[in-house]
Design a protein around this ligand. Structure first.
Ligand code: ZN
Length: 125
């Protein structure tokens, strides 16, 4: 495991995460919100994520089924992590928001066809 810190652009939101040995698998999703925000997903179990600061500046946005809670910093607008619908026991951390570059294996997630994409993901694990 490696410890990496990250957070939003203005620095209000900061977190520390534990990642498995590199390369770390990441998901690139083409759904309406991920393609707009350029979010690159690294799935981190809740227990491996430590929010260091910024709880008070996190703003929540929900749409569609409302299962995912999209969290962004109300100061700079950056979504550095959020609660994904696909992994209820984990946060999804934005690889672009990590302080240290991490060696990633990027897989595509067809979020526009969410149910099928989630089924394929579950079949792999
Ligand atoms: Zn911020």
């Amino acid at each position: 495991m490696i410890e990496v810190e990250g957070g939003c652009h203005c620095g209000a939101v900061r977190y520390s995460i534990a990642l498995p040995d590199q390369p770390v698998s990441a998901l690139e999703c083409n759904c309406s919100v991920c393609s707009m925000t350029g979010f690159l997903h690294v799935v981190v179990p809740h227990g491996d994520f430590d929010l260091l600061s910024g709880r008070d500046v996190l703003t929540s946005y929900r749409f569609g089924t409302g299962a995912a809670e999209h969290l962004f910093c109300c100061v700079c607008g950056v979504k550095s992590f959020y609660q994904p619908r696909s992994h209820p026991d984990a946060w999804s951390v934005n690889a672009h928001c990590l302080d240290t570059p991490v060696n990633l294996t990027i897989e595509l997630f067809d979020g526009r066809d969410w149910e099928n994409a989630k089924g394929r993901l579950d079949a792999q694990s």
